[in-house]
Write a protein that binds this ligand. Structure first.
Ligand SMILES: [Zn+2]
Length: 292
């Protein structure tokens, strides 16, 4: 647990916070609030007695698998996902029919996930008060439709969850994901102009300039992917061929079926964007309409 500011702590997840784990933020004020429960089951058990409220950024299994440990406490989920806290419901949203059962098995075996019941919901812009510290949920869709970050105005801190500023870049591998919304969400964070940035998968970043630079680098990964995909669209490939080239993941040493499925969705989001800009069209295979 690393102290970040008065009342505010950062807890790194197992595997240095990499998937299938994620980092948490902890507020120790009049009440103790834990944001996300993907740090690892053993670490969560150590916090069990201390925590009064759990708040989830979104219902991805690397961010909420340990909610069940806090089954007798308040568990808050956004109003958008409040009625979707079942693995089967989530499998429908996140993977294809054929992959649903494998995905559920993967989630249970790697994250320690068990079912849980949320007690309260929160909404975009609500002011949550737990003592001296006020926390404002900020709807930041794109990654998923219901992805939230949390803003603490007192100390200009943003907990950006899966706007995670990793070197991999933004992840938008679901049907419900959106590149346009993701970019808008990054811009929303830039407007908040935080001086401390916490996220699900990177160590804390401090300083307005450092954070701005990282947000802009992260946003540019989307443009780089677009250019790469455009250069691959040569009239001879359909989406499956593009997935085989793997312009986004590059290599898939594990979970190949899932990663192929998600990469296909990410490529399709790019092709949709390119199609809207009249740069590609589909005629059996994908054809480039502008030179790169
Ligand atoms: Zn996520």
């Amino acid at each position: 647990m690393i102290k970040i500011a008065e009342h505010i702590y950062f807890i790194e997840g197992n595997n240095r916070g990499s998937f299938p784990f994620a980092n948490s933020m902890l507020i120790r004020d009049e009440q103790t609030i834990l944001f996300d429960t993907g740090i690892g089951i053993e670490k969560l058990k150590e916090l069990k007695d201390m925590v009064d409220v759990v708040i989830n950024s979104h219902l991805h299994p690397d961010h909420m698998p340990g909610n069940w440990i806090f089954g007798d406490k308040r568990i808050m989920v956004s109003e958008i996902e409040f009625d979707q806290c079942h693995l089967k419901t989530l499998a429908r949203r996140y993977v294809s029919r054929e992959l649903e059962d494998n995905w559920i098995e993967f989630v249970k075996s790697t994250t320690g996930y068990r079912d849980f019941q949320p007690t309260d919901s929160f909404y975009d812009g609500e002011v949550l008060v737990f003592g001296e510290i006020e926390v404002i949920p900020v709807h930041l869709p794109g990654h998923t439709k219901a992805h939230f970050g949390f803003y603490i105005p007192d100390v200009d801190l943003v907990f950006g969850a899966d706007i995670d500023l990793t070197f991999f870049g933004p992840w938008y591998g679901h049907r419900e994901s959106s590149i346009k919304e993701f970019i808008r969400s990054i811009e929303d964070i830039i407007r908040l102009d935080p001086v401390i940035y916490l996220s699900g998968h990177r160590k804390p970043i401090f300083g307005r300039w450092e954070i701005l630079e990282e947000l802009e680098r992260y946003r540019k990964v989307i443009e780089e992917r677009e250019r790469k995909i455009l250069s691959l669209v040569d009239g001879s490939k359909d989406v499956t061929d593009l997935v085989a080239v793997s312009p986004i993941y590059g290599k898939k040493p594990y979970l190949k079926d899932f990663l192929d499925y998600w990469e296909e969705k990410m490529i399709l989001h790019h092709l949709k964007e390119l199609e809207e800009k009249d740069m590609v069209k589909r005629n059996g295979k994908w054809i480039r309409l502008k030179e790169v």
